[in-house]
Design a binder for this molecule. Sequence first.
Ligand code: BGC
Length: 761
Amino acid sequence: MKQRLFVVILLSLSLFSFNPDKEPKRQLNPAIEAKITDLLAKMTLDEKMGQLNQYTSRWEMTGPAPQGTSNQQMLDMIKSGMVGSMLNVTGVDATRKAQKLAVENSRLKIPMIFGYDVIHGYETMFPIPLAEAASWEPELARKSARIAAIETSASGIQWTFAPMVDVARDARWGRFMEGSGEDPYLGSLFAAARVKGFQGDDLSASNTIAACVKHFAAYGFIEAGRDYNTVDISESTLRNVVLPPFKAATDAGALTFMNAFNEIGGIPSTVNSHLLRDILKGEWNFNGFVVSDWNSIGELLIHGVAADKKEAAKLAINAGSDMDMEGNCYVPNLKKLVEEGSVDVKQIDDAVRRVLRVKYLLGLFDDPYKYCDENREKTLILNKENLAASREAAKRSIVLLKNEGQLLPLKKDGQKIALIGELAADKDVPLGSWRAKAIPGSAVSLLEGMKNAVAQPANITYAKGPVYVSGKSLFTVQLEFNTTDRTEIAEAVQVAKSADVVVMALGENCFQTGEGRCQTDIKLKGLQQELLEAVYAANKNVVVVLMNGRPLDISWMAKNVPSIVEAWHLGSEAGNAIADVLFGDYNPAGKLPASFPRTVGQVPIYYNHKSSGRPFDGEGNVFWSHYTDAPNDALFPFGYGLSYTTFDYSDLKISSSTISRGEKLQVSVTVKNTGKVAGEDVVQLYIRDLIGSITRPVKELKCFEKISLKSGESKVVHFTLAENDLAFWGADNQFKAEPGDFKLWIGPNSVDGLETSFKLK
Ligand code: BGC
């Protein structure tokens, strides 16, 4: 798949030119704008405030329980047009009933918009977003999002709070699983693809939904990897690392944005007018609306920037936050604020216009019940086709980290296989965190997937091993991992001894990851490491299948165990997809979207770091940037992943050693499949800008192409680098390429590859 073209279309005109005059003006539909003007003229200030108010259903919640509004009050408010939107109302029946309340009772009959967190599937679960990014196939993510949109819309909902596009560098953060990893370029492609998938080509169709790009901004940079914590980053990091995926999502047409919970440099994102007004609505000409995160306007009091909810409402609306999610700040206060003159009614009108615009674009005014169709709900959700797509996405998201002595692929016949670990038979964990309407326990387990694949299921013997989490609930603040009950280790060792090969499922429970699930430690929890070492002592032919939602410290495993398969939380068809890889029906081609540290002490770790004045090259004296107890580099670097075949890279060519402004550099490399089976590889191009007005990363991914080669086949892969591809937000606060020398690498990951150099005049 050609990524260059995608990039040129989505990013080149935009990422690097934030001058509003140069921005493509986003087209407004004059007919819709005229209707909004008419409607606004009829609306009272109260009704306007209502459009900016969002409540959760009281029967399903994704944040702290609402305070201050009873069920009855909420229903009355909907009837009087004081609720513009609801979240967590799901299903045709419920959304129709709620919509009726608004449309049949309120004076102006303005329909509500229903939102829900559809992060990696609605009922058919796809791989968690981090996993899907490991496919390095944005098109795959577009398709998953498309199917998720079809299911979501068939359930009466028109809006998802996704994609989450936060660049993440700290594996302690529970929400690492929700994004596309550490790279702004890869993240931009996935952000745009997911928006396209959710929104489709025709927003007014009944099977497309509005995307909500979140969390704006820099949520992935929270201190100490602890959720909701403080962020303090520079404008340069904001512009060069954090914002590109948000910009790409805007250019892909995203209709809505969500604030981040965090502050940046003392300013909570919910009231950050630099982000919301200067950049998003100013420079980027974003015409949609911004919703707060759950009570993030109310939390301004706790942050300590507003004395009361009234002040919070004033700060938020003035900064450009259009809709109040569960904060109960706008409705009680905006009218007073306008009357007092602290909020200009024009700000309210602008916010309301944005909300109404999205409702018009979705076709809700034409038919408020157009998403409510029982027949679609019955036939389009969790059907065979969707499950097949999920399996395809899942197998393409798997990363082969190690395969010494070609222990993999396994044989389908004539091999006695021991399958060990609680996670191997688990039908729930693969569904992942943020699982929308997934049916608990509905995933294909690894045990089932392997038994489905082999000729004689009896050749697979399963041993559970020790219980992993011993706490009663996974929704407690502190999880209780079993560190004492070793009774089942002995049985696992016995099973391992009598097998030819051992497959061990290890990693994380899915609720160890996600919102509010941060950790200080990223090693295997419970008795998993002990189990691994005991089994390995009994049988060296161990294949570890990792199930996890964040980069883990697997140093011991990487050193000792011959084969490691990174299988994340892969969704409904996880077990079948992993079996496809284990038995060689599919040759794995995933690449890590984030560096795997050697130890938690290395985080935040990312390949595109800066040089520093004292970079360490593995030698030299003590006064170089290094640790005295661990290397600097990652255990498995960004972009890394193996295949059952091997690839050789040769003949790196560039069209010229010097290019002038406006000229393009043509780059090519020959890749040959030197192994015995067909396979795919992701050919990656990185650059380094050696001298800049500000320091530049030691490597930056600029393009890639996933290619497929038969055994013995070669292909010349071509890339084009334009001046814009070299641009960055520099010391003069502008996006532009600076003249000078560049290094360029092409290789199979961010560390290995062929090198050349060129100059921009
Ligand atoms: C999360 C958001 C989510 C919202 C609504 C918040 O706690 O940060 O990502 O969309 O809840 O469920």
